[in-house]
Structures are given as structure tokens and as C-alpha cells.
Design a protein. Sequence first.
Lengths: 351, 336
Amino acid sequence: MVESYPIKQVIDDQGNVVDASNKDLINEELVLRAYFHMYRIRTFDKKAKSLQRQGRIGTYPPFEGQEAAQVGSALALGEDDWLFPTYRDHGAMLTFGADMTRTFLYWNGRLEGCVPPEGKHIFPAAVPIATQILHATGASWAEKRKGTKNIAIAYFGDGATSEGDFHEGLNFASVFQTPTIFFNQNNGYAISVPFERQMNSKTIAQKGVAYEMPSVRVDGNDFFAVFFEMQKAVERARSGGGPTLIEAVTWRTGAHTTADDPTKYRAEGLGQDVVDPIIRLERFMKNAGFWNEDVVTKAHLEIEEEIEAAVKAMESYPKANVEDLFNHVFAELPDQLQEQKDAYLHLLGGK
Amino acid sequence: MTTKMTDTKIATKNITLIQAINDGMKIVLERDETTLILGEDVGKNGGVFRATDGLQEVFGEDRVIDTPLSESGIIGTSIGLAVNGFKPIAEIQFMGFIYPAYDQIMTHASRIRMRTMGRYSVPMVIRAPYGAGVRAPEIHSDSAEALFTHMPGIKVVCPATPYDAKGLLIAAVEDPDPVLFMEPMHNYRSFREEVPIDYYTVEIGKGKKRMEGEDVTLITWGAMVPVVEKAANQMKQHGISCEVIDLRTLYPVDERIIAESVQKTGRAVVIHEAAKTGGLGNDIVSIINDTSFLYLKAPVERVTGFDVPVPFSSLENHYLPTVERIVKGIEKVTNF
Ligand SMILES: Cc1ncc(C[n+]2csc(CCOP(=O)(O)OP(=O)(O)O)c2C)c(N)n1
């Protein structure tokens, strides 16, 4: 092995600070933001799972257990940066400013769920694995060419590193020194396939060596570790230092999706020793004197209200418009497509 | 699953299409030790649809192989295994994810025999669940057969029933050339039929008449077969008798069954869920044109998906040909 990649940690499972050099960087505002967003996306995730069980949305891929990785990375981005998520990263998307009603709509089979808020650079979730890695490279390359300081982040899983697109994306980013952050969430599994079966490499971080790319391995359940390493990568990218590969080691607590049954392939009890990232943050807050019952209760209430309102808005959203089958395929519909559309609308109208 | 003896004394069991596929693979793995299964989640998990359920337990990790997540990797290495003595059955988890492997299939699997004047060949099967209508997330519902029927050097098979699925799968594995085996997700568990327990094959390249009729020929395959049968039954009540042809193999297409039927009825409607432009329906219209033009009493009609990406689940039922749209198509040719 060329280099080893120890896992960087700021707080341990018990919520104690392991790396004192970071102590000064942790302030109340940051702690409360982290807690708020992690609790918010956790509650969203729970709600989505329950809606799916009740048949109120379609198949849903939960991200429970990955909140520190998603919030820690998204909070380190700037307003004008670009975010290229997978289907499991709506936690990061929501933290970065995606609309919650639309996020629910997406999982209810609605095209509207792909549309980011005006002015926000959030790509629709990549469903074909690893494809977004190249888009992030290209979009950040564009920012570099335009002379801005904006960067792009690509989210992807451990399984994604097996696709050619992963390697092609890293190579392009390295050759053209694009301001891109390749943010891997190593959650242990790609559906049923464990990390050890996916690759014979010990880490994902080491794959950066082949592309002469700075890479780092962080404890993905440690909000602060993720956030601080992200900040360094963001700073490097903005200042012309090129891309970074980050491996956030975390754990997929639940099933791959609501259609998946992990008891088929994961021994019972596996991963039980992983301390939940929110519990870990809570422990830290209590240890370090940041826990304020009133503030926390207020945050919980606010979050629950927001989520209830978003569900309501999703369910009272106007029905899917049949015309949207055709409307946005081209800027202007070619004649034969217009004819297909007219004929179908006519058929429906004739009912 | 009950086992029963039919009149002809063939032991059968009442199973779904997905069970029939599992059964077919089990039989070829037993009969031929050079067969291998490769794919994402096919081993321990038994496939995301359970197509390979239980096979790794029987045949081991060495023959039912969980691969890294890479379609190009699965197909490219299967080509290498196939030219060197093995018969890979490669699973692509959903047809919408076959595109990363397109290069390997287009530029290698389909032409190695030709490029080496027969010295090397690629006896492999690529299994791919396809089609809309099951409320899957986006991109999971593509129906990309025409990309492969257009590709010279690969056969394309698409069963609609459990019986055909098992027989065609075994035939595909035994075929000396690459075969794309498309599985209609919608029919995986929607009905059962009696399927022989033992080995049998269904010949590649032969269609099947599903309903006998006089007035119009309806030509279709895969997930559209039950929908077309429904439309045909509905027309019966209006005094129009439809002949339903399930092509079963999309390349090479059974031209004879098409021609014979159309020459009898003089009218045809082709139904498929893929987009209209560049769709296989157009080849079928050409076959009718070439073989049966002077028998036609009306222009051939096509009822297909629209020229749009397969939509999100909230709109997929508008995209898919419905009984209503098929009936409209039939009326158009009968009222011409
Ligand atoms: C190209 C492609 N192949 C297969 C799939 C089916 N699939 C969906 S998610 C998944 C596993 C992805 O694992 P990983 O990259 O580790 O991300 P995770 O789901 O764990 O977040 C697979 C195989 C797909 N979506 N795209």
C-alpha cells in the first residue's frame, strides 16, 4: 500500500472531543445548525418511510444513519455552489436548500420533484449509478472557465466506485484541475453487496492516489470531522487547488430501499455497535454544555410543523398534468411529437 | 406450488414467470457446469426481483457471482469468459441500466464471431427486466428492445408467459450466439400457469398465436400481451374477431406467422410500449409491406409509447398503450 488513510475524527462515540485542535472552531451557532439540520432530515426520512408504508408515496431509499455525512458536507457549501446528488442524498439536498414539498413529490413519482428552487444549483438525483460524478466535474469546470470561485460537489456511494464513470470523472477533474469535491458516503453496502465484495482496496480514499488527488478518509458519523474536512476541500477548490476525494465512512442503518429486505444478506445485529450520528452529537452537546432543552424542543416543534405542512402540500398538489409527458422533451416540440400529443389529448377529451 | 400430471403425463407445476426463469436457470446450471450467473445482487440476495433466489445456495459463490457494480464490467468480462469456454448468464438489474454496457454489446459481443470468421464466439445470455407500469422510480422502466434488434449479431427474446420464459431461457443459454433476454417486469408475478418441471425448450425465432381470429391481426410481445388480449376480448363483444400474435422473439422475427395471419385477416395493428419512432413496430410494418401488401384492406396501425422518455410513475399509465388506445387502433383499421 502506498499510503494509509486513518479515519479522521473530531468527536468520539461518547461525544468527547478527540482532537483538541478543533475545539476553537466549534461554536454554539455551528452546533445548533448541525443539530437542527440532522434532526430535520432524520424526521423527514422517518416521515417518508411511514408515507411509503401507507402507500402515500412510492418506493423510497432511506438515508438513516448518514445524517452527519449529508449535513456536514452540505453545510460547508456556499450559496452559489453546485450539488449533484444520488437518490439517497435528499438529506444533503434539503440542507442545501431544496424544497421539501418537491422532495416528497419526487418520491411520489412526480417530475416536479426534479426542479430546484429558482437560483439554486441542485441537479436532479442521479439514478444510474455514478453518472453524476462526471456532471459535477463538468459543471465545476464551467465555473473555473467563467472565472468564478464556485465549486461543485458530487455525492456517491461505495458501489459507485466500481463504475467507469467514477474513474473517468476523477481523471478529468485531475487533468483539468477542476474545483470539484468527490464526496463518497461509504455506507458499507451497495444493496446487498458489502464493501469487501465491491472492491479489493482497503479504502476508497486511496483511489485518489492514482489521480494525484488529495484525498481524505473521515468518520462519516462525526458531523464535525465531515464539516471541517469539507471546509478544507472547499477552500482548496475555490483557491484553484483542484479537486478532492473525501471518503466519509458511515453505515446504512436500514434497508437499501423500502422494496429491499436486508435480512436476506445482512446478519442480524450487524452494525449495532455503530453509534447513531445524532445521538453522538447530542452526547457532545451535553458534554460540552451546548444542550439547551428549550432550544431543542422549539427546534423539534418547528421541524415537525414544517414536515406536516410539506406533506399536506404534497398531497394537495395539483394532479400530474398529462401534457407534461410531452411538454419539456424539447424547447419546441417537433411536428410529429406535437401530433402525438394532440391526438392523445383529443382521445382523453373524447371520453 | 403444486405438482401435477397433465393428460400427456408431463409433470408440471403452477408457477409465475419469475419462478419459471429461476427454474430455467436452475436446470441449465445443473446440466452444464460451464454456465455461470453474474450480476449485481444475484447471489446472496437472490436478485432484486428474486430471479436467482436460492441458486447461490445450491451452486455456490463460484458459479452464482455477486459482481462489483459495473454493467460494462459484467458484460465485458462475460464476453471474455464466453470466448474462453464458459456460458455466462449476465443479469442487468433493470434494462434502464444496460446503457453503460452498450459499448461492449455493440462493438464486441455482437461481432466477435464475424470478426474472427467463426474462430471465437460469445455464447452468452443477458437478462434484463424491462417495462413500465409497476410504479418503479425513474429510469427503471425503459423498454429498449429496438436498440438491440437494430444491432446486428445479437438475438433478442421477450417471453410473456411462464411457459415461454422457461423454455426460451434454456434455449437462449444453449444458443451459440449472444441473446438478450428481456423480462417483462409487469408479468413477473401477475399470473401463473402450468409449466413442465423438467427440461424443455421453446424455439428462438418462433412467434405464437395467442388468440385465433378472422378480422384483424394484433401483433405484440412481452408485457403488452395481456393488455392486447383484453382489447381483443372487448372487440369480440362488438363482433370483431382478433387474432393475437405474441412474437416471443424480437430478432430474428417470425416473419411467417405475421404474413400468414395478415394474409388471412387483411388488417393489422402492432402494439408495443417503446417509443414509436425507430420502434420495432416499424420493422413489422415493413415485413407486412414486403410479404402481404396486396392482401391489406387498410393501412397497418401502430399503438405504441410516445416519442418521449418513459415518464415518472405518476404519468406512466398515460404513456403505456391502454386497452382504450388499442381498441381505437383496431377500430381505425376495421372502419377504414
Ligand atoms: C447503472 C446502474 N446500475 C444499477 C443500478 C441499480 N442500483 C440502484 S442503487 C444500487 C446500489 C448502489 O450502491 P452505492 O453506490 O454504494 O450507493 P448506496 O445505494 O449504498 O447509497 C444499484 C445496484 C442503478 N441504479 N444504476
